[in-house]
Design a binder for this molecule. Structure first.
Ligand SMILES: [Mg+2]
Ligand SMILES: [Zn+2]
Length: 277
C-alpha cells in the first residue's frame, strides 16, 4: 500500500465544521467577522480577527482550548489511523491555517499520520498574537486560477504532489473534500485516481454538474462512518489491483524471458494486453 496517497481537506472533512468559524464564534467575535467579511479576503480577515481577539485579551491558550473542543466524528480518527497503519501516505491540503490544524491533530494524537500539511502559514508573534498569511502571495505572484480563492489554489498543490509522486513511484491518489475549493484539485486527478466528495456539500454539487470534466472515479460520502467505509474500501481495491498488476508483470517477465522486449514496453501496455501476450 506504499503506492497510495490519500489527500484530505481539513474543515468539514476531517473535523465536522469550519475551524475559522469555530474559533471566531466560540470567542464571541461573530458579529465583527460578518461585518468585515464583505470588505476583505477571508484569509486576510482571519489575520485581522486574531488581532482583534488579541486586543480583547484572548490568549493563544484560549484559541488552543477552543480548537481542542472542535467536534470530529470518531470514525474519522480511526480511519486515518488505519490508513496510516496500512502504509498509505496521508497528506492535508487546507485553506485553514497551520496553527489551527496542528493544534487539532496534536490533540487527537494523529499528527504523525500525515507526511505533509499544506495550509496558510501562521505563527505566534512576539506579542502573543497569532498571525496568519496567505499560502500564495496574491499581490506579488497571483496563482491565476479562476476557480480558487486568491490565497490558495489547491489544484496547483495537487499538481506539485503528482509531480513528486512520479519520482517516488507512487501512483494512485484518493482525494477527500467538501468545499468549492476542492473542485479544482478534483479536476487534476487522473483516471486511476479517486475523488471522495462529501454528499450535498459544494464540491459534490460542482462535480455532479461537471461530471464530464472529472477523470477520477467518484465515491461520495456523508459522515465519518461512511468516510471510513468508502476510503478503506478504496484502499483495499487499489491494493488488490496493484498486486494483480505486479503479478502480471512478473508472469510476463518470466513468460517472455527469451524475448528481447524491454520491460518498459510491458509497463506501457494496458493490463488486458499484458495478460494475453
Ligand atoms: Mg472543507
Ligand atoms: Zn485552482
Amino acid at each position: 500500500m506504499a503506492g497510495i496517497v490519500v489527500v484530505f481537506d481539513f474543515d468539514k472533512t476531517i473535523i465536522e465544521l469550519d475551524s475559522d468559524n469555530w474559533v471566531v464564534d466560540e470567542l464571541g467575535a461573530t458579529d465583527l467577522f460578518n461585518q468585515l467579511l464583505p470588505t476583505m479576503p477571508w484569509n486576510s480577515l482571519m489575520d485581522m480577527m486574531m488581532k482583534e481577539l488579541h486586543a480583547q485579551g484572548k490568549t493563544i491558550e484560549d484559541i488552543k482550548e477552543v480548537l481542542r473542543k472542535a467536534p470530529i466524528h470518531p470514525r474519522i480518527v480511526a480511519a486515518i489511523r488505519k490508513a496510516h497503519a496500512l502504509g498509505c501516505d496521508l497528506r492535508i491540503v487546507s485553506d485553514a491555517n497551520m496553527f489551527f490544524i496542528e493544534t487539532i491533530l496534536d490533540h487527537l494524537c494523529i499528527r504523525n499520520c500525515f507526511s505533509e500539511i499544506n495550509s496558510n502559514p501562521s505563527y505566534v508573534d512576539e506579542h502573543g498574537r497569532l498571525r496568519i498569511s496567505p499560502y500564495v502571495d496574491f499581490h506579488s505572484s497571483p496563482h491565476g486560477c479562476s476557480l480558487c480563492p486568491p490565497n490558495m489554489c489547491k489544484g496547483m498543490i495537487i499538481e506539485r504532489i503528482q509531480a513528486s509522486l512520479a519520482n517516488e513511484g507512487k501512483q494512485r491518489m484518493i482525494y477527500l473534500g467538501d468545499g468549492s475549493g476542492d473542485f479544482c484539485p478534483s479536476l487534476k486527478l487522473h483516471e486511476k485516481d479517486f475523488v471522495m466528495p462529501r454528499k450535498n456539500f459544494p464540491v459534490w454539487d460542482l462535480i455532479c454538474e461537471n461530471r464530464g470534466l472529472v477523470k477520477a472515479e467518484i465515491h461520495e460520502w456523508t459522515d465519518g462512518e461512511e468516510l471510513e467505509h468508502v476510503m478503506l474500501g478504496l484502499i483495499d481495491k487499489i491494493s488488490i489491483e496493484e498486486s494483480d498488476n505486479s503479478n502480471t508483470v512478473q508472469f510476463l517477465s518470466i513468460d517472455c524471458k527469451f524475448e528481447t522486449i524491454p520491460i518498459a514496453v510491458h509497463e506501457a501496455l494496458p493490463p488486458v494486453l499484458r495478460v494475453h501476450r
